[in-house]
Design a binder for this molecule. Structure first.
Ligand SMILES: Cc1ncc(COP(=O)(O)O)c(C=O)c1O
Length: 383
């Protein structure tokens, strides 16, 4: 008796394992979770409490309340391309959007390709559905992470079902360029391959406009592109569990059915909070971006002074993925750092075997905390 083999084979969370190592201790400086360090702004919380007070406590449309779908369509149209509310589905978290997009596209034994290192959830979700996964690794240099596009295109062969691509990328901060997008789009168009773009960090981008290039900009109307997104990072809303998808109009009705059988709908007061965020939250984003840019520059500068550490300046996200010379078991190293130095970083191996030898550091934190963390890492490296 037991769960399906594909479920039993899923990797358990290494970050969770590490977290358990520090349970009950108050002295841990933790940078392992991908979470902004500030609570959700008051005007967003107020929208939710007012909704609850008004008795908005019933089911809604599977795809979300019309006001939020319209606001999101206007937001996506402003940022990327003309998008109709009919192409928007509101979901209970970004991770739920990833699962729904995968359920829409991936059949048992389908071939999918992923660019790695990559957030573990994105790696495990296609496996739940029984997909065969090929990974293409980004290349590291202290100048920056890069994608070998010809290598990726060779892996995207006729018959491949989906390319999963997260840019800006968790954990490396690598961000795809417009030229790379065009080459990938053209290839996928030719072979009928879907592109599943996880745009969760598109507003935590330190390049022009503060908006990362998205496949939504580069695509044509009949391209097979699905974009997933989340309120978690842009509007400091990790605990609210609110996300959305942008899909071709032809599959919106099927997506509605899948939502019915997964969650039926997202709580309406959470959607009201999302509406406040997307219509009045630009200042929240620009403030975070300013703070995180300062934190990124400070942390990378400090890490570059450490022996054995190599690091690239991330183009986006709130993570630095640093290489530690001579470290071959990042989980064991991280456990020791927790036990002996009270420092919580995420082991690179949590992001796939390609991440071994690296550590992920979430820099959404004040400078004095980051400086204390670097001092602890320096001591751990000296052991
Ligand atoms: C790459 C990526 N995609 C999607 C998400 C989903 O975010 P949430 O489920 O909090 O909306 C995350 C969260 O860490 C992420 O790192």
């Amino acid at each position: 008796m037991g769960a399906r083999a594909a479920v039993q084979a899923l990797a358990a969370s290494k970050i969770r394992e590490l977290y358990n190592e520090g349970l009950g201790r108050k002295d841990i400086l933790a940078f392992w979770v991908g979470e902004p360090d500030e609570p959700t702004p008051q005007f967003i919380r107020k929208a939710a409490t007012e909704s609850i007070a008004a008795g908005e406590l019933f089911y809604t449309h599977n795809l979300g309340i019309p006001e939020l779908r319209e606001a999101l369509a206007a937001y996506v149209s402003r940022l990327h391309r003309r998008t109709d509310p009919g192409q928007i589905a509101v979901t209970s978290a970004g991770v739920n959007a990833l699962m729904l997009a995968s359920q829409l596209l991936v059949d048992h034994s389908d071939h999918v390709v992923e660019v790695v290192p990559l957030w573990p959830n994105l790696q495990e979700i296609p496996k739940i559905l029984g997909a065969r996964v090929t990974t293409i690794a980004l290349d590291f240099s202290t100048e920056g992470w890069t994608l070998d596009v010809p290598k990726l295109l060779a892996a995207l062969r006729p018959g491949t079902r989906v390319l999963y691509l997260n840019s800006p990328n968790n954990p490396t901060g690598w961000t795809i360029s417009r030229e790379e997008q065009k080459a990938i789009l053209e290839h996928c168009r030719r072979h009928g391959i879907w592109i599943f773009a996880d745009d969760a960090y598109e507003r935590l981008y330190y390049g022009p406009r503060g908006v990362a290039p998205s496949f939504l900009d580069a695509m044509q109307d009949d391209d097979r592109v699905i974009s997933t997104n989340t309120f978690s990072k842009s509007w400091l809303m990790t605990g609210w569990r609110l996300g959305w998808l942008v899909v071709p109009p032809s599959i919106a009705a099927d997506l509605g059915k899948l939502i019915e059988y997964n969650t039926s709908c997202t709580p309406i007061f959470v959607q009201r909070a999302g509406l406040a965020a997307v219509t009045g939250g630009e200042a929240v984003i620009s403030r975070s971006l300013q703070r995180f840019r300062r934190a990124r520059d400070f942390l990378v500068g400090e890490l570059r002074k450490l022996p054995k550490v190599q690091v690239a300046l991330p183009d986006g996200t709130m993570y630095v993925f640093l290489r530690v010379e001579g470290m071959s078991d990042s989980l064991a190293f991280c456990k020791r750092m927790v036990r002996e130095h009270g420092l919580g970083l995420a082991p690179g191996a949590a992001f796939g075997p390609e991440g071994e030898g690296y550590l992920r550091w979430c820099f959404a934190a004040e400078t004095d905390r980051l400086a204390d963390g670097v001092a602890r890492l320096r001591r751990a490296l000296a052991d």
